[in-house]
Design a protein around this ligand. Structure first.
Ligand code: AMP
Length: 304
């Protein structure tokens, strides 16, 4: 199989309310969505911490997807918890509560075979923790990173240090404007790229994705779905498909990046069709390739 991907991020219990229903204490977290999504493309190794309330049953999803959990630590205390709400505009999550719990004191110590990882994804978590993981990886080929408003406002200096070591940043449009200090998205993107990341991928919810890579800009729509149930995890599922394809194809040219964007969009579209990880966990490779083909038709047009 292809090179493996190392991911650090949250493993969480989420309580989510959307206009179509609600769920309490369901499995979520940036590392969870990312790992399950990327596992369809590549071998994945996860670094995170859970509490004593995290059962073997909760962990079974990692096993089912052949995800290496030797870096998933169980500590005394409660698992990370996030509570969020979406209005009819499903593009923006409103955070109601964030409880770091066991993440507050977590100091990652990577298993030996994790340290040779070539593809690293620093999932949405404390930027200082992201840096501590990166410190332990010997020679990463590609480092991608996600973050959110919670860390941009709470840990900006640590975040800027981490960004200086990152090749690809994957954030949403609001976060791009916030971090770049500009209302105009292109100018904000330029400011963010000046902080370190060579490639910036801006997620725009149902409007799709923009990728700024060197001098090229690539736009992909989101898959037009008749039913969107729960957008939680869309960004991490996107990043999982994106990094999964990069690692599987072992190439970093612009056309590989563009295909990776579409695989990411495919995975995000499956995620949002159901609550928690239900949409992703039952997928097959044939369904993924089928929707990839539909994306190609969706975006194709002929010149005159
Ligand atoms: P997204 O892909 O952006 O929808 O991410 C959703 C996931 O991010 C949820 O499952 C949450 O558990 C997790 N999350 C929310 N806030 C934070 C935070 N401050 N740090 C780490 N993970 C978070």
């Amino acid at each position: 199989m292809s090179s493996s991907i190392l991911v650090v991020g949250s493993v969480a219990f989420d309580s989510v309310k959307t206009p179509f229903g609600e769920a309490e204490d369901v499995l979520g977290g940036s590392a969870t969505y990312f790992s399950v999504s990327a596992s369809f493309f590549s071998k994945v190794r996860v670094v995170a911490v859970v509490g004593s309330d995290f059962s073997d049953d909760h962990a079974s999803i990692f096993k089912r997807h052949n995800i290496d959990t030797s870096g998933l630590v169980r500590a005394d205390g409660r698992t990370f918890r996030w509570k969020g709400e979406y209005g009819f505009d499903l593009n923006e999550a409103h955070t109601l509560d964030t409880q770091l719990n066991v993440f507050e004191t977590f100091r990652p110590d990577l298993p030996e075979d994790y340290r040779d990882a070539e593809y690293v994804f620093l999932g949405n978590i404390d930027p200082q923790l992201q840096a501590e993981v990166l410190d332990q990886v010997r020679q990463p080929r590609v480092v991608a990173c996600d973050t959110m408003n919670f860390w941009i406002s709470g840990k900006l200096e640590a975040l800027k240090k981490t960004l200086g070591r990152v090749d690809i940043l994957v954030i949403n449009d609001g976060e791009t404007r916030m971090l770049g200090g500009e209302a105009n998205l292109v100018q904000a993107a330029n400011n963010v790229r000046a902080m370190g990341p060579r490639v910036l991928i801006v997620k725009r919810g149902e409007y799709g994705v923009l990728m700024f890579n060197e001098d090229s800009v690539f736009a992909a729509p989101a898959f037009p779905l008749e039913e969107v149930f729960d957008p939680t995890g869309a960004g991490d599922s996107f990043a999982g498909g994106f990094m999964g394809h990069l690692a599987a194809s072992d190439s970093l040219d612009d056309s590989t990046f563009r295909r990776a964007i579409v695989y990411g969009s495919v995975m995000a579209s499956f995620d949002v069709e159901e609550f928690s990880l239900k949409g992703l966990s039952k997928l097959t490779k044939t369904e993924i390739e089928g929707r990839f083909g539909q994306f190609q038709k969706l975006t194709h047009f002929d010149a005159l």
